[in-house]
Design a binder for this molecule. Structure first.
Ligand code: ADP
Ligand code: SF4
Ligand code: MG
Length: 349
């Protein structure tokens, strides 16, 4: 269990954080689909003729109010997937497929439409808050600016609302902190301030890309608790990205496990933990420390992401179950039990 995050003020009284949905927390399954990503590819030109494809035909969806955990080791394409949602893939990166959000394919919109969606309906928080914050503006001014741009608030009411938001994310002495510059805050407080900024316009979806990775364990737990609490109060959906499966175990309704730019297993959290079917997911679960064992035994998945097959299953070079067939045929993602999808030739529906 995560430790409690302390006594946060009630968010229900803060207009900018009131739920966009009605009816509080409803099981994700009964809710409307908010985001549907279909056959997403992200590639970059290389010096040679071939493109480097870093996200490779990824499909998933998120319902209103749902938390999706996206898990996979470093370099598997998690950040590129999130940046695609935000329209922020760097350089000459090419994004194809469909990103249907709130009834619109984001990949067909103009830059002006992207700017309208970003920060209002869709917000993102990063591992390193400094990358998302302006170092020469106070924290309060930055949050107020978001509210001025998207909600047409005056400067004065923007600053007042910023202080309310800083209070809501559990920042002590919020009035004073609003006048601080980002570098004057501790890592944990900066992360909270970025969350306040991201939540300023009540986004329908918060994309959280490893937001706790740079923090120490106690602060990590507090930030996770804060996100959970804010989600319950606001009804927003969350795409929570991490390389650590343990982090999403208490947070996510569904989990998407990625390997080398592809989805390999996609199911509810219960299914992933009670009945993991893909050899890579099984390996990830075996690496989690077992709380019942006195001596922690850490299993390791042999090999590295860099060793991948160019053909067939990308996990084959590291898979103990691999056969010749696996090195030739690319496993399709199939529904093996209701709402449980797996891409492995040895797991039959
Ligand atoms: N600007 C870029 N140009 C080309 N390749 C990139 C660029 N940024 C990241 N990559 C590559 O894309 C792959 C996926 O990266 P990323 O999405 O950041 O992974 P993750 O977030 O899962 O660690 C990596 O192999 C990385 O080297
Ligand atoms: S398809 Fe073959 S190599 Fe790939 S995960 Fe399944 S058993 Fe392993
Ligand atoms: Mg990343």
């Amino acid at each position: 269990m995560l430790p409690a995050s302390g006594n946060l003020p009630s968010l229900a009284n803060i207009p900018s954080l009131q739920s966009a949905n009605t009816g509080g927390t409803v099981a994700a399954a009964t809710k409307k689909t908010l985001l549907m990503v279909k056959d997403l590819y992200v590639s970059f030109p290389t010096k040679g003729a071939e493109k480097a494809t870093v996200v490779n035909g990824l499909s998933y969806e998120i319902s209103e109010g749902e938390t999706l955990g996206v898990v996979g080791e470093s370099g598997c394409g998690k950040t590129m997937t999130s940046l695609s949602l935000m329209g922020l893939v760097p350089g000459r990166g090419e994004v194809t497929g469909e990103i249907n959000f709130n009834g619109r394919n984001l990949l067909e919109q103009t830059e002006k439409q992207w700017r309208e969606v970003r920060g209002r309906d869709l917000a993102m928080i990063f591992q390193e808050p400094m990358s998302a914050m302006n170092p020469v503006m106070t924290v309060g001014q930055q949050i107020a600016e978001v509210l001025q741009v998207h909600e047409g608030l005056s400067k004065r009411s923007g600053v007042d609302r910023a202080v309310e938001l800083l209070t809501a994310v559990g920042i002590p002495s919020p009035l004073r902190r609003a006048r601080d510059y980002p570098h004057q805050l501790s890592g944990g407080m900066r992360q909270r301030a970025m969350i306040a900024m991201a939540l300023a316009c009540r986004p329908k979806l918060l994309v959280a890309d490893e937001p706790t990775t740079a923090l120490d364990v106690t602060i990590q737990a507090q930030i996770l608790d804060l996100i959970l609490e804010l989600q319950e109060d606001t009804g927003m959906a969350v795409q929570f990205i991490t390389h650590n499966l343990a982090v999403v175990s208490e947070l996510a309704h569904r989990i998407l496990v990625m390997y080398a730019g592809r989805g390999v297993e996609y199911a509810t959290s219960e299914q992933i933990f009670d009945n993991p079917l893909h050899p890579y997911t099984r390996g990830l679960i075996e690496t989690l420390p077992d709380p019942d064992k006195k001596v922690e035994r850490l299993h390791v998945i042999q090999g590295s992401l860099r060793v991948q097959s160019r053909q067939g299953c990308r996990f084959a070079p590291r898979c103990t179950l691999a056969t010749d067939e696996c090195r030739v045929i690319e496993p399709p993602m199939l529904e093996v039990e209701p709402n449980h999808y797996v891409a492995c030739l040895k797991v039959a529906p």
